[in-house]
Design a protein around this ligand. Structure first.
Ligand code: ARG
Length: 462
């Protein structure tokens, strides 16, 4: 026997048996998709306004639908709304409550649409807004990095390749490297947003609808750039979600690499920085410990987002056209990705300005590991030695330095001249760290002058 109350399902007409009670719980999405309520209501109001425009609702019906939906929104926001598992998802919960409140007009809201185009629309509205939030968070972190780069344009640290000391670089230049990555992340999201901001509504279940709907009008009301071109595609593909998560995975990959450096730099072995106590924790057993938890956690959370990307690709890969229930599995990975990226960007932007930079330790480290060896080779080339010969000569000088525990800059002129008679007193200008960085004075180079110019360009771009 069917119950004629709010919990009877909108599709129950064709059914004679009640849903298995475990299946009801297993297949319900309301516990997580209720997060879409605002977009669901916004899209429903726009849909109803369009129905009124084309004469499928009269004015008073539209008005009571609009008021009913706004009242429901208010109830939800005041935690005065009972979400029911029996009603499966956010869409049916809201629609059922609307009908309960306003009667017959509520039953007309679903004219010319389906949950399939409805959920795709809600998801795009949600994601569009979240992309904007993430872009703002990216900008904030970019600005923080530019401020640090400006302050530390002259600060020298060893640059590494293979995690071995390579050549000295400026800390400002190093910060600008991270800034560049975030700049590309920002651009990628903007690109993704253009494909998110297209409206599926009107595709209905899969084939469109026989009512004389005005999709362009609904799209305009909702701020979409346009309506989708193909109804089958509109209700079924989640490539926009996958594209977003893949951009998010790159953001996390960048933050994870950045975290890795902060963690290394905080160690006693590097000792280049100290993170503020506000972003670290101690050990319950080792009293001396101060652990860089936040960068570690961000590095760890990268795994989640990568997992979400694989989850969505896998959800999509074997689906025939058009909508399939598989797509309900898109939401939790998407929500989790949004939360993770937003949280990670926020914590980074808060943490970075509090980071103490230990210039002296960086400088001492840059003095070790023969970081100006390339400068000596370049000096010899300027004095007429072929680069490969210069490379060999400097290699020998480094061997000598290793045996005698002396950096190139600490050797006497006589010691250096053992390796080449081309070496003169002016060699010490290029063996200094500041001389080395200042010499890399071209677009994209590490010289403080170039760092300052790059910061100016970056600020103009923001
Ligand atoms: N909760 C569903 C989802 O997330 C909404 C669409 C349901 N459509 C359907 N025909 N069962 O995808």
């Amino acid at each position: 026997m069917k119950q004629d109350n709010i919990t009877s399902k909108p599709w129950s007409g064709r059914f004679t048996e009640a849903t298995d009670s475990f299946v009801e719980t297993f297949s319900a999405s309301v516990n997580f998709d209720k997060r879409l309520y605002r977009y669901d209501i916004e899209a429903s109001i726009a849909h109803a306004r369009m129905l009124a425009k084309v004469g499928l609702l009269d004015k008073s019906e539209f008005q009571s639908i609009e008021k009913g939906l706004l009242d429901i929104k208010n109830d939800i926001e005041h935690h005065d709304f009972a979400w029911l598992i029996e009603l499966e998802d956010v869409h049916m919960n809201i629609e059922a409550r609307l009908t309960e409140r306003i009667g017959i007009a509520g039953k007309k809201l679903h004219t010319g649409r389906s949950r399939n185009d409805q959920v795709a629309t809600d998801l795009r509205l949600y994601l569009r807004e979240e992309i904007d939030h993430i872009c703002t968070a990216l900008r904030r972190l970019q600005l923080t990095l530019l401020d640090i780069a400006e302050r530390e344009a002259e600060t020298i640290l060893p640059g590494f390749t293979h995690l071995q000391v390579a050549q000295p670089v400026t800390f400002g230049h190093h910060m600008l490297a991270w800034h560049e990555m975030l700049k590309r992340d920002f651009e990628r999201l903007g690109d993704c947003r253009r494909r998110v901001n297209i409206m599926p509504l009107g595709a209905a279940a899969l084939a469109g609808t026989s009512y004389p709907i005005d999709r362009a009008y609904t799209a305009e009301l909702l701020g979409f750039d346009r309506a989708t071109e193909n109804s089958l595609d509109a209700v079924s593909d989640r490539d926009f979600v996958i594209e977003f998560i893949s951009s998010a995975a790159l953001i996390m990959t960048h933050l994870s690499r950045f975290s890795e450096e902060l963690i290394l730099w905080s160690s006693a072995q590097f000792n280049f920085i100290e993170l503020s106590d506000r972003f670290c924790t101690g050990s319950s057993i080792m009293p001396q410990k101060k652990n860089p938890d936040i960068p570690e956690l961000v590095r760890g959370k990268t795994g989640r987002v990568n997992g979400n990307l694989i989850a969505l690709l896998t959800v999509m890969k074997a689906q025939p056209l058009a909508y399939n229930k598989d797509n309900q599995e898109d939401k939790e990975p998407l929500f989790d990705t949004v939360d993770t990226v937003k949280g990670s960007l926020q914590v980074f932007a808060n943490m970075m300005p509090t980071m103490k930079i230990k210039k002296t330790h960086m400088l001492v480290a840059a003095h070790q590991g023969f970081s100006t060896a390339t400068d000596l080779a370049d000096y010899l080339v300027r004095h007429g030695v072929a680069f490969r010969d210069a490379h060999e000569i400097v290699g020998k000088a480094v061997c000598y330095g290793l045996e005698n525990e002396k950096d190139l800059a600490d050797m006497s002129l006589e010691e250096l001249q053992q390796f080449s008679s081309e070496i003169g007193t002016d060699v010490f200008d290029v063996l200094t760290l500041s001389g080395s960085v200042a010499a890399r004075d071209h677009l994209g180079g590490t010289a403080p002058r170039q760092v300052r110019a790059a910061i100016l360009r970056a600020r103009k771009n923001l």
